[in-house]
Design a protein around this ligand. Sequence first.
Ligand code: CP3
Length: 353
Amino acid sequence: QTPNAPVDSAGDAVLDGAFLRACRREPVPHTPVWFMRQAGRSLPEYRKVREGIRMLDSCMRPDLVAEITLQPVRRHGVDAAIYFSDIVVPLKAIGVDVDIKPGVGPVVEKPVRSRADLERLRTLEPEDVAYVTEAIGILTRELGGTPLIGFAGAPFTLASYLVEGGPSKNHERTKALMYGEPELWADLVDRLADITAGFLKVQIEAGASAVQLFDSWVGALAPEDYRRSVLPASKKVFEAVAPYGVPRIHFGVGTGELLPLMGEAGADVVGADWRVPVDEAARRVGPGKAIQGNLDPAVLFAPRETVEQHAERILRAAHGLEGHIFNLGHGVLPDTDPQALTDLVSYVHEHTS
Ligand code: CP3
């Protein structure tokens, strides 16, 4: 039995299901499906339990985290759960003055732009996120055979929030630091790599069966800049969790040109957004890695037949690939009709089994 293999509600090991098998490029009973940002967002039952509770406060309440993580599994029958949290949770846990403003995203009161600012980013200790261990304990009992995906923000994407002080379209301050003060930048992303790796280790040790590193905004970079300024830090994260043997997924938006390098950073599975067909993504990533993706989340606003045509196109492109995990090309959009997601899961399962 591999560490972190799923167990049923009685605690007995069950055969690895479609999701973990696809991550390892083994034959599957059907193409597994899950959705980035499936927890929260579009679900009325999510809005109900979150009422009056701030986003980051909800991430520190194990009972609530477990309930929100389970909601999309119950409703849609997805093949994996994703732990309910946010990429800025480990930063908050080490004392960064970050908050999540509804409809805006993470906002950092005192941005990190100097060597002195960098010193404020201390190491993450497991005790800083004891609520994560507790929530995953509840989840591994309640999920039965459904695997749990742990996640963290990648060094570049975290750095972009820390340096800009909030969401950014052009990442101008981040790039100014990256290009203008390469030593400070390298130290910043190296420190973030340690924090991120620490956060993923806590999740794996508590029972997560796979992890995803979100480098959502790294598509803003050219490949050579990625190779020099980002790849070493992301690689450090993947190497730090390699000994656990759980599948490691790597994803970013607009990363068509970066796919080979994102694979090189050490992932077992590379996510593609909707701009690159999955067979072409597999070609760019190279052999030995599974592909995750990649329905345009906006397509879910079209009629059901249209959604199915797009899903079919993806399944056709994935035919013959070793290891395909069906997902969206980015997260579920907040106004998505939850039924469209449920229908999509059924469609993919029925057409691949
Ligand atoms: O996937 C899941 O369902 C698990 C939960 C999850 C959240 N954030 C909860 C959340 C995950 C995986 C994330 C990751 C995350 N957070 C990323 C990477 C994924 C991606 O979409 O690219 C990024 C860039 C963030 C930063 C962040 N946090 C943004 C951009 C926002 C959205 C701001 C908004 O309101 O539109 C958040 C807030 C956030 N994170 C919410 C949720 C459920 C909404 C909070 C609220 O409504 O109060």
